[in-house]
Design a protein. Structure first.
Length: 389
């Protein structure tokens, strides 16, 4: 059993709340606020209970020179709007300034610290970094299911130093996913796309044991095609990823790869776009969406399915020239609404569905993409394991 928010008296206490505010953002403009909305019930509850609320999150995977691009400042403004409450933003997550500001907080106040991944201690899972963070609070709440598969300091070390609890969002996601695992109907299909390939390749072997169909699009499909030497275009996947894929039985009939794709020399699609069989992709081209035959093939499988899980867009949907694969597959699922159970997860996939106005056609929506797949594959998520202790 994981300790919940009802198990603690938060009155007057400084509470560190690990959220997942990793939203699509461009030039400081938030393109989809789904994850922010999901964090509101916990924040509101803690406010009601008189806690001093210190919000923590990462945004993207920032490089050294991307502090401005991936600052959490716009997130503070958006949460402020959604809550109609002041949210103070502190442009560091460690040091004298956060300490000083936190000391001044009154009960019920909300404060957001800067992107945790600006400090290398976060991803390096550094003990000193998490200890310094822990000193800012008196208890810890994890409400970030989407990041529970990462062994990062604020996820797996921080709770070791403080009384810890799960937030409402995390509690709900675990409940839904656990229920699904025990009750799904067959045929059971899993659609995997998106750009974060490594965490997704890890779970394929497990899914091959209990799912009926695995449908691949997006970057992970490109990686399969390269490893199978069907497509020789760059970039070549890393050794780790190749090894995992090579160890799979790629003749397994449960695996469905694209048979055709939209290719272009670059992601703008302005030079040219061509629909081609996957065997005819030139070295200088890259696949940016699945093609018509693949859409038809995948749609047929969806039609026959009773349960469909989906993580990761099937193409570079942010560019309208390459959004048809993702859109048509979303429509194929939506058309079967009465006949199948659908679960979709991950910030980008949810953003795509919102763009196509199709999100409400899905039975359940998870904030996690990689985390959702790992959970469903029966992996122990380090961020959850530590909360059990
Ligand atoms: C997500 O969007 O899947 C989570 O925020 C985790 O992000 P990450 O893949 O950059 O760790």
């Amino acid at each position: 059993m994981l300790p919940t928010l009802k198990d603690y008296n938060f009155q007057g206490k400084r509470i560190l709340v690990r959220c997942d505010f990793n939203v699509p953002i461009n030039d400081g403009k938030i393109l989809d606020n789904f994850k922010l909305q999901k964090s509101l019930p916990t924040i509101k509850y803690l406010k009601e209970k008189g806690a001093k609320i210190i919000l923590l999150s990462h945004l993207n995977q920032p490089k050294e020179n991307q502090r401005e691009k991936y600052s959490l400042k716009p997130i503070a403004l958006e949460i402020e709007k959604l809550l109609s409450e002041k949210v103070k933003f502190i442009k560091e997550c460690l040091g004298q300034n956060p300490k000083k500001e936190i000391k001044k907080m009154s009960d019920g106040e909300i404060l957001l610290l800067e992107n945790l991944r600006f400090e290398k201690g976060e991803k390096e899972n550094d003990e000193k970094f998490s200890q310094a963070l822990a000193e800012l609070g008196e208890a810890y709440v994890n409400d970030a299911f989407a990041v529970c598969h990462r062994k990062h300091a604020s996820v797996v070390l921080l709770p070791k130093f403080l009384p810890h609890f799960i937030g409402f969002q995390l509690e709900e996601e675990i409940k839904i996913l656990s229920h699904l695992l025990q009750n799904f109907e067959r045929p059971f299909s899993i659609i995997i796309g998106g750009v974060k390939v490594e965490s997704k390749t890890k779970v394929i072997k497990k899914f091959l044991e209990f799912a009926d169909h695995l449908l691949f699009g997006g970057e992970i499909a490109n990686v399969f095609l390269r490893v199978k030497k069907i497509c020789l275009a760059k970039p070549w996947p890393g050794k780790n990823i190749c090894k995992i894929i090579e160890e799979l039985d790629l003749t397994n009939l449960k695996i469905h790869l694209p048979v055709d794709v939209l290719v272009s020399p670059d992601e703008t699609g302005k030079i040219y776009i061509k629909e081609t069989g996957v065997g005819n992709i030139k070295k200088e081209e890259e696949g940016f969406d699945i093609g018509t035959d693949t859409i038809n093939l995948f749609s047929e499988i969806i039609k026959e399915s009773k349960t469909v899980i989906w993580a990761g867009p099937l193409g570079y949907f942010e560019n309208e020239r390459f959004n048809q694969g993702t859109k048509k597959i979303a429509e194929a699922i939506a058309q079967q609404k009465e006949k199948l159970f659908s679960l979709v997860g991950g910030g980008d996939t949810v953003f795509a569905l919102n763009k196509f106005n199709l999100r409400d056609k899905f039975d359940c929506v998870s904030t996690g993409g990689g985390a959702m797949l790992e959970f469903l594959a029966g992996e122990k998520l380090p961020g959850l394991e530590v909360l059990k202790k």
